[in-house]
Ligand binder design. Structure first.
Ligand code: ACO
Length: 322
């Protein structure tokens, strides 16, 4: 049996940090409100001239070094993002060129906060089909560029960053099971109202900003994330008590706590970065994975469950042994 194994990880966070106290000076909010409702204490923000592919390149360099490979070994690039630099070429192609990776399939995946889970799941299928021997998979987001900085309902939640992994085929597990889903009936609860073929003339105006019904998103997120975790464990016929780590999408501490409770997992088995990164959308899971590995908590051979939920709604989970 062929498995997909993670051979290296990396992350990049922009230099600029915005604390809750900085936000108190920008909108009618408080550090106390943000911390108690969301768990966020600070978040990183890109410079105006910085792009998603800039962050991808930095995260990828670290993952490539960590995996001990050469850029010429990479034969496929995936970038999951909702905030690509350009409409085309896609961000994966920009990253391929900038890193000097030989010409290869470069795939952009767009599934809001679930984009990295979609990208890694797709890479897993290509590895199992023997179509790639070494893939670079990135989740990255300049989501602060999509936020209305006068809207306290949304601007306190988000941050920028990029997380990258190198994956390779192996006889040893590896990714054990994956599960993806989406249901467009929830579109109006969370969306960005401007696109290439819809209301493009509104780009750059106040109308172009993340639109969210937070309370309703919260409820569906908790229910769905519990089900998504159960589904991937069921597929693998593994009991949740065997899990070493939950690496959830870092949308909100209360959503994460509720999901862990549904899995009967104590919070000390959950990798948390939401306090330092905010919600970085597609970047949050690969960055949390990198944080947990580099600080020594996540160890080789341990069983990890990664999961995400985002606009669409989209959702997905991956069960793997590191
Ligand atoms: N500071 C102070 N007050 C605020 C702020 C703020 N930043 N934002 C909203 N409020 C006010 C509201 O105006 C409201 O005031 P009112 O009662 O006078 O009308 C009050 O706080 C309560 O608002 P609620 O929306 O009911 O607060 P809630 O407890 O639901 O928390 C939150 C809001 C944090 C957005 C929560 O609903 C949430 O996290 N939802 C999930 C949204 C999410 O994670 N989205 C990210 C994208 S999807 C994903 O990644 C899963």
């Amino acid at each position: 049996m062929m498995y997909t194994r993670i051979a290296g990880t990396g992350r990049y966070l922009p230099e600029k940090i915005l604390t809750n106290f900085d936000l108190e000076k920008m909108v009618d909010t408080s550090d106390e409100w943000i911390r108690t409702r969301t768990g966020v204490e600070r978040r990183h923000q890109v410079r105006d001239d910085q792009t998603t592919s800039d962050m991808c390149v930095e995260a990828a360099k670290i993952a490539i070094e960590d995996a001990g490979i050469d850029v010429s070994d990479i034969d496929m690039v995936f970038v999951g993002t909702t905030s690509p630099d350009l409409v085309f070429p896609n961000a994966a192609t920009l990253v391929q060129q900038r890193l000097g990776i030989p010409a290869c399939p470069c795939i952009g995946m767009e599934a809001a906060c679930t984009s990295f889970i979609y990208a890694l799941t797709t890479a897993d299928k290509f590895i199992k089909a023997d179509e790639t021997k070494c893939a670079l998979v990135i989740g990255a987001e300049c989501i602060t560029k999509l936020v209305d900085w006068n809207d306290r309902n949304t601007c306190v939640l988000f941050g920028d960053g990029a997380g990258a992994v190198i994956v390779k085929p192996s006889d040893e597990p590896g990714i054990i099971a994956t599960h993806l889903g989406a249901d467009g009936q929830y579109k109006d609860l969370l969306y960005y109202p401007v696109g290439v073929s819809k209301d493009l003339h509104k780009a750059g105006t106040d109308e172009a900003a993340i639109t969210m019904r937070g309370n309703e998103v919260f409820k569906v997120a908790v229910k769905t994330l519990g089900n998504v975790a159960a589904e991937v464990l069921r597929k693998a016929e593994i009991d949740q008590s065997e899990l070493d780590w939950l690496i959830p999408h870092q949308a909100n501490l209360r959503i994460i706590q509720a999901t862990a409770k549904r899995l009967n997992l104590p919070m000390d088995k959950v990798i948390l970065t939401v306090q330092d990164h905010g919600n970085t959308s597609a970047a949050s899971v690969p960055m949390a994975l990198d944080v947990g590995i580099r600080d020594g908590r996540i160890k080789p051979g341990q069983l990890l469950l990664m999961e995400a939920f985002g606009g669409g709604f989209t959702w997905g989970s991956i069960l793997l042994r590191l």
